[in-house]
Structures are given as structure tokens and as C-alpha cells.
Design a protein around this ligand. Structure first.
Ligand SMILES: *[C@@H]1O[C@H](CO)[C@@H](O)[C@H](O)[C@H]1NC(C)=O
Ligand SMILES: *[C@@H]1O[C@H](CO)[C@@H](O)[C@H](O)[C@H]1NC(C)=O
Ligand SMILES: *[C@@H]1O[C@H](CO)[C@@H](O)[C@H](O)[C@H]1NC(C)=O
Length: 801
């Protein structure tokens, strides 16, 4: 045996720039000088090109006039030259593209079996076509490779301009068809492709079938990867060799693992001088390692380092971002190449994948039989689809000292990560909002205040005042926008961030057909989350709306709590001027719709009481349940939403304000809110306190009782005193004619003592001065008492019948 020179190089403090630069340089160097590994039957198609070209030692053919496209594509209307190709992008295949507005099929001759497919994309504008409209699906046989895919969004996520996507797909016929279809969801969507690479690969590299069970972490039963699966190849990483040579196989160059190490320490890279040792391939059935692990892979390894005590204190960790909702196949490569670890029980370690134990006692020498002998282990792990679309997949190593090994250390030579297709043969994971096509547009929520501000202004002096404030505000916001297009990024640790593309798909590019409401913030659309079941409400900020960035930030910032009577925020999207919030979907819509919309069934009294109790509970929680006092400032029946079970939830926290709990009186502020619900003390003194919400809730109580809006538009025109419900209710109360106010649908259904108690608490809420108003807690307990009286009553009735 030759003596390999062993080099331990510590890489604890390395900037990211140097290795990246080195990598790019080497990549370039490699491509131009060495040329890629020769693979038999490789087809390289330069899409949109007329001619064959030799580039970096490889032969590309143009697709124009080729047999791979239907004859009508002989006329090259859809092939084009990319003019603004970035310097770094290889000229072939990125300087031309094939572009289509309808479905396009490339058909390649092939023999049945496993095929590698690499698709090349350059994110650019094509013939002045907006890259944000390039949304398409790519399918091969039953397999969906990408769905509603937008290369420019993807490129932005990766922070690159050109990229490839790589797949392993089983072909069952004599031909391999790749079908590009523009998304039907996006108006004027188109598909494009710059290059396609295809070659057959031996079947048993990853698809090892029923004889090779793969541990499925977190599950009793192992998984067998058979022909039914398709694979997207995501990551191939190894350590950089000391001599700078790359690890490469038929699928290309393996990236340096360094950029994926996320533990506090990077460990150190162990490296043997290239080819001074030939690794022993006895554990491999065939020597087709051109397709699996190349020899160079095993010439280096990342270890934790020589300080055993320090090693016990950390996990050597790699993290790889992946799409959630899929199973992943991980292949970890091990080869003991240290000069000092030559025997069993010298280096024993644990391997964790996503917090689950993949190996309890990994002893590479024991498993391989001898040192300098490579081996790999496969694992399958599910990355569940929760709220986040992208998640990290972790691999962690930690020494295991149970068997008292000589060194407290761990080692890993290479990592491969592959995404497995799901049961629907899909590898695509976009935030796919399935759209329930609506026949008719739902009537928009009428924002009474906005449309009537002017008329009201003539009638009530305070209305004039508020209107002025509004105009000022509006002017301010629009002014701010035009001067400052780049808004600061909102950051929130609590909710998920979506891309604009996802939002576009979910709303069919914000089609009017999916509008379910409209508020001061902008329009609200309906969609379904990528699990296909959970509906969501998507609220898009109208740039000209009176509420703006601050309110948006407010919603994200304040929604860190969770309460059954508060609508939950699921996530948000901020791109350019777009501000979008994603909420849980409230099936029954706003309370106001059920109170005075003619086409809706009037709600029975008990249901109305339950809704009031729920809403009061939500407000009570805002006022007292969190560290800070929260004042909603825009309580109204349009902001009390009902879910499918008629549970009331408070929504729209755009105007919500926090007040430190030790400052329990009031805060000076600009007047905000909705006409008809505004606390008179608040607009006079500009002091906001939680009693403002109590006042507004009092107005809601009368809306519920009377089945009338807070501001009656007809009465406004008639200059009648019935215009404002609060004033009118107070007037009736003082005259003892409140009975006349009660919704005719409720007549005879409310017990007199309950009606009295309900009206009393409502009137108390409407007191002119905040000190005379009850707290939300008091309102809540009164309402609960009234409700329990009614429930008792209906129970007694049932028993009697
Ligand atoms: C047009 O396409 C067909 C295959 O679909 C091919 O056989 C033919 O040679 C092409 N014609 C020209 C002029 O390139
Ligand atoms: C692993 O567990 C820790 C703490 O238990 C948690 O913070 C972390 O998010 C988990 N990681 C994964 C990938 O599940
Ligand atoms: C290493 O990772 C495992 C699994 O995630 C975890 O249980 C353990 O606490 C970690 N150890 C250290 C020292 O961080």
C-alpha cells in the first residue's frame, strides 16, 4: 500500500467570497479546458437555434428544422435570439430560446428505461415579453416536472440568472416526449426553454426496486424506490480537493459542501493527495460509478476536527433548502481516509436527518470492512407540508462515545439529495391555489363610510372634521408612495412569506372573478392552499388606498397571537409595490352581510347573541390577553367575520394600536376608523383608549338588534336624524321607543328582560364619555348572561315539548 499524504486543513474562518470565486473560476476553467465526462447517447439540444455548434467540447444541435419538433415549428417564428445574455451565461444554449404561447411537445427517440433530463433556463425578457408572464408546466409521460413554473421567480430565489433543472424519469415507450404548456391561469402566459439535455442511465443507480429497502425515517416500514417514481436531482456536494480538482460524474460537477454547512463550526477537511490511493470499490456491484459516486468524491471528507472535547459540544450540520410536502432520498457517502483511523471502533458517530436518528452508531471502517473503502447509505425522509413552502433539510453528525471509540469525531464525504415524485406523479411544488370558479361576482362589501363621506360632511360637523383628516391622510400616503417606491422590507418571524407569483397563480392574476370583498386596504380574493383543502383569503393592498404600508406592517407585526375569536394571518407577500396578506378563509363572510342584506336568511336571535359573545371575547382578549393593551380602532360589523360554523372572529388589524400596559389611560393619535362607529370623545380629543372599541362595539350591538347599518344612506340624503344608528338608538332609548327599532324578524323571539339587559349594555357602551362606558370584560359577561338565559329558556321549551 502506498503512503498517502494526509492533509488536515482547518477551515473555521473562511469568507464566503473566496470559495465562491474559486468555485466559479474552477467551473469555468473546467468547462473550457477539460470538457465534461463522455457519456454515450447524450443528446444536447440548443433550443431556438438553427445550427449545430461545438461548445466546450460538446456537440449541440439546433432544434429548428429538427425532427424533434412538429413540422409547423420548421418556420422558426417561435425561435429567437436572446440579446441581453449576461456575461457569465454560456453562449450555448443560453443565447437562443424556443418560446410558445400554446402547448409544445418535443419528441425524442428513446428506448424504454431510465433517462436523465436536464432543462436549461435563462431568466430574461423574451421579445419584450414580460418574464413575469412566463408561467408553464413541463410534463414527461405521466410525470409533472414543474407546474405553473416561472423561471424568473425561481432564478430570483436562487439569486442567479440562468440555471438548470435535472430529472430522472422512467420512459415506457419508444419515444420520450417533453411537453411545455403555458399556464391557463395567467393571461397571456407563455413557455420558453433554452436547452435540453437527455441521456439514458443505468437503472439501478437510484431505482433499486424491491430488493433494496430504504429506511424511511420516522416510519416502521422501509420504502422501495421502483419505476413508479421520478426523481428531481437537487444537490450533489462534496469537499473541494486540495489540488483544486472537481468531483464530477456523468451528471456534472459536485458543488462544494462548504456553502451548506450551517453549524457554528465547519469542522475540517481531510484530504488525501489525488490518486495516491485508489479507493477500493469492492462494495460496488458494477463499476458504473461514472453515474453514481466518482472516485474523487472519496479523496476528501469533512470531519469535526481533532479537538474531541469541542466536538462533543456541537453537531456538524449541513442544511439544504427544499420544497415542503415531498419525500426526499438522501444518499450519504462515507469513506475512512484518515491515516490514524484504521480499525473498528475508532471513529463512531450518530447521523441525524431532520432531527431523526438515521444512524445511531456509524463506524465506517466496521461497515466497509477496511479503511479506504467507500460505501454509501440511502435514507428517505418526508418534509411535511405545513405553513412554509420552502424548508431546510438538515443533516447532523455527532460523536457517539457509548462504545468508547478512540476519537470523538465524525466524518462524511459527500451528500446527494433527490426529491421523489408524489402519488400524483408530480415533482412540482408551487403554492398551488386551486381556484373555485365562481359563476357570479359576490356583491362587494359596501364601505359605507368611504362613499358617503361627502354627504355626511354637510350634515354633521364632526363628519366634516373626520373627512378633512381623511383627505389629509390620503394625500399623505399617495405622496409618500410616489416619492418612495422602494419600501422597507417588513420582517416577521411569525408568518410565512409568499412570492407574488404564487399569489398570481392563486388568484388567476388577480382576476375579478375571485374577488370576495373589498375594503379600505384593497380587494380580497379567495383561493385554496397547496394542500388542496384549506381555503384562504388573499387581501391585496390597493396602492391608492387610504391605508398603506404602515397598516400592512401593523397586521404582520401584531398577528403573533392566536385566539379562536381573532382571524389568523397565515402569511404575506411583499414584492415591489405589492403588499398582500393571506388569511384563514371565513366561509360565511362578514356579519353585516347577514344583518341587512336582503338575499340572506335573517339570523335567529340566539345565533346573533352567540356572534356578539364571540366578538366580545375577541375584543376582550385584545384588550387584556396580551402583554400590551391592543386597541383595534376599527370595530364594525364588516370586520366581524363568520367561519363555516358561525364562529365570530375579529378581522382587519390594520389600524390596531398597541399601548404599553403600564400606560393604561390613553394615547394621543390621529383619528382613524369608520364613520358611524367613531367614539365622539376620540374625534374631539384625539385620545384613543380601549373604550373607543367599546363604543364601536355598542354600535355593532344595535346593528345586530335592529338589522340596520350604522349609517343609513337613505336617511342621510333625507337629512333625517335616523342617519346615524348610534344617535338614533340613544334617542329612542331616551324616549322609551326602543321597541320600534328592533329588527322585525326578531319580533316575539326576545324575552323582554333579555331585551332590556341587551339594550342597557348597548346604551352604556355608547356613553359620551369613556369613563361611563363598561369594559369589554363587563360587556362580555353581560352578553354571556343574556345568552345563557335564552339557552335555558330554549332547553326548557324542548323538555316541555
Ligand atoms: C420539417 O420537419 C420535419 C419533421 O417534422 C422534417 O422531416 C423536415 O426535414 C423539416 N423541414 C425542413 C425544411 O426543415
Ligand atoms: C429540530 O429540533 C429543534 C429543537 O427540538 C428545532 O428547533 C428544530 O427546528 C428541529 N429541526 C427540524 C429540521 O425539524
Ligand atoms: C444534535 O442534533 C440532535 C438531533 O437534532 C439533537 O437532539 C442534539 O441535541 C444535537 N446536539 C447538539 C450538541 O447540538
Amino acid at each position: 500500500m502506498k503512503t498517502p499524504r494526509m492533509v488536515e486543513s482547518s477551515r473555521c474562518v473562511i469568507s464566503f467570497v473566496l470559495p465562491l470565486f474559486l468555485l466559479l473560476f474552477l467551473l469555468f476553467f473546467h468547462l473550457t479546458i477539460c470538457g465534461p465526462i463522455n457519456v454515450p447517447d447524450k443528446l444536447l439540444l440548443n433550443c431556438g437555434s438553427y445550427e449545430a455548434s461545438l461548445f466546450n467540447g460538446e456537440n449541440w444541435i439546433g432544434d429548428v428544422g429538427s425532427n424533434f419538433l412538429p413540422p409547423q415549428y420548421n418556420k422558426s417564428s417561435s425561435s429567437l435570439l436572446v440579446l441581453n445574455i449576461p456575461d457569465l451565461a454560456p453562449k450555448v444554449p443560453y443565447s437562443t430560446a424556443r418560446i410558445t404561447h400554446s402547448s409544445l411537445t418535443y419528441s425524442f427517440p428513446s428506448s424504454p428505461g431510465l433517462n436523465f433530463i436536464r432543462i436549461y433556463f435563462l431568466s430574461s425578457s423574451y421579445l419584450k415579453m414580460d418574464p413575469s408572464e412566463a408561467y408553464f408546466t413541463v410534463k414527461v409521460g405521466p410525470y409533472t416536472l414543474v407546474s405553473n413554473f416561472n423561471p424568473s421567480v425561481f432564478a430570483q430565489e436562487l439569486d442567479v440568472v440562468f440555471f438548470t433543472k435535472e430529472f430522472l424519469v422512467n420512459v415506457r415507450e419508444e419515444k420520450l416526449n417533453i411537453i411545455f404548456t403555458p399556464s391557463p391561469f395567467i393571461h397571456n402566459a407563455f413557455a420558453f426553454v433554452n436547452g435540453i439535455e437527455i441521456f439514458p442511465v443505468p437503472h439501478n443507480i437510484y431505482f433499486r426496486g424491491s430488493k433494496f429497502p430504504i429506511p424511511y425515517l420516522g416510519h416502521q416500514q422501509p420504502l422501495f424506490i421502483d419505476d413508479e417514481y421520478a426523481i428531481e436531482m437537487l444537490y450533489r456536494v462534496s469537499n473541494k480537493n486540495d489540488d483544486g480538482s472537481d468531483t464530477e460524474n456523468a451528471f456534472g460537477i459536485w458543488l462544494n459542501d462548504f456553502q451548506y454547512v450551517t453549524s457554528s463550526q465547519y469542522g475540517s477537511v481531510l484530504s488525501i493527495k489525488a490518486s495516491t490511493v485508489s479507493v477500493n470499490y469492492t462494495t460496488y456491484a458494477s463499476k458504473d460509478y461514472n453515474y453514481s459516486a466518482p472516485e474523487e468524491l472519496y479523496w476528501t471528507a469533512r470531519t469535526m476536527g481533532s479537538n474531541g472535547d469541542a466536538n462533543m459540544k456541537y453537531n456538524l450540520t449541513w442544511s439544504f433548502p427544499v420544497d415542503s410536502g415531498f419525500k426526499y432520498l438522501l444518499r450519504l457517502h462515507f469513506c475512512e481516509i484518515s491515516m490514524v483511523v484504521t480499525q473498528v471502533n475508532q471513529r463512531v458517530f450518530k447521523v441525524y436527518i431532520n432531527n431523526q436518528t438515521a444512524e445511531e452508531k456509524m463506524d465506517v471502517v466496521a461497515l466497509a470492512g477496511e479503511p479506504f473503502t467507500p460505501l454509501y447509505r440511502d435514507y428517505v425522509v418526508m418534509v411535511p407540508a405545513e405553513n412554509e413552502r420552502r424548508k431546510d433539510l438538515w443533516i447532523e453528525l455527532h460523536p457517539n462515545l457509548e462504545t468508547r471509540p478512540k476519537y470523538a469525531d465524525a466524518l462524511l464525504n459527500g451528500i446527494e439529495i433527490m426529491k421523489l415524485s408524489n402519488r400524483n406523479y408530480s415533482l412540482a411544488a408551487m403554492f398551488q391555489l386551486k381556484i373555485e370558479q365562481r359563476k357570479k361576482k359576490a356583491p362587494h362589501v359596501i364601505i359605507v363610510a368611504g362613499t358617503l363621506g361627502a354627504i355626511l360632511g354637510v350634515l354633521f360637523t364632526f363628519f366634516i372634521l373626520i373627512r378633512r383628516v381623511w383627505i389629509k391622510l390620503k394625500w399623505k400616503t399617495s405622496n409618500k408612495r410616489s416619492h418612495n417606491n422602494i419600501q422597507p422590507k417588513v420582517s416577521s418571524g411569525h408568518c410565512q412569506q409568499f412570492t407574488l407569483a404564487e399569489m398570481r397563480i392563486g388568484t388567476s392574476n388577480f382576476s375579478e372573478d375571485f374577488v370576495i370583498g373589498e375594503g379600505g386596504f384593497g380587494k380580497v380574493y379567495k383561493g385554496i392552499m397547496h394542500d388542496g383543502v384549506t381555503p384562504v383569503a388573499i387581501k391585496r393592498c390597493n396602492p391608492s388606498s387610504r391605508q398603506g404600508f404602515k397598516e400592512f406592517q401593523n397586521e404582520i407585526g401584531i398577528f403573533s397571537f392566536c385566539h379562536m375569536n381573532l382571524v389568523s394571518l397565515l402569511g404575506y407577500c411583499q414584492e415591489g409595490n405589492e403588499l398582500i396578506l393571506v388569511y384563514e378563509y371565513m366561509a360565511q363572510g362578514p356579519l353585516c352581510d347577514h344583518l341587512y342584506k336582503k338575499q340572506k336568511q335573517p339570523l335567529p336571535w340566539i345565533q346573533r347573541l352567540k356572534i356578539c359573545v364571540g366578538a366580545a371575547r375577541g375584543l376582550h382578549y385584545l384588550h387584556t390577553g396580551t402583554r400590551h393593551l391592543l386597541i383595534h380602532r376599527d370595530v364594525k360589523s364588516a370586520n366581524i367575520l363568520l367561519d363555516q360554523n358561525w364562529v365570530a372572529k375579529i378581522a382587519d388589524f390594520g389600524l390596531c394600536r398597541t399601548v404599553p400596559s403600564d400606560f393604561h389611560s390613553h394615547v394621543s393619535t390621529e383619528v382613524k376608523g369608520t364613520l358611524g362607529y367613531l367614539d365622539p370623545e376620540y374625534y374631539k380629543r384625539r385620545k384613543v383608549s380601549e373604550k373607543c372599541d367599546v363604543y364601536s362595539f355598542g354600535v355593532v350591538l344595535f346593528e345586530v338588534l335592529c338589522g340596520r347599518p350604522a349609517v343609513n344612506p337613505v336617511a342621510v340624503e333625507e337629512e333625517s336624524e335616523k342617519a346615524g344608528l348610534a344617535v338614533w338608538a340613544m334617542h329612542c332609548y331616551q324616549c322609551g321607543t326602543i321597541d320600534q327599532l328592533v329588527d322585525p324578524h326578531l319580533e316575539g323571539n326576545i324575552k323582554p328582560e333579555c331585551l332590556r339587559a341587551y339594550v342597557d349594555i348597548g346604551i352604556q357602551c355608547l356613553a359620551n364619555t369613556s369613563v361611563d362606558r363598561p369594559t369589554m370584560g363587563e360587556v362580555l359577561s353581560t352578553l354571556e348572561t343574556i345568552l345563557s338565559l335564552h339557552l335555558q329558556d330554549s332547553l326548557e321549551k324542548e323538555i316541555l315539548e
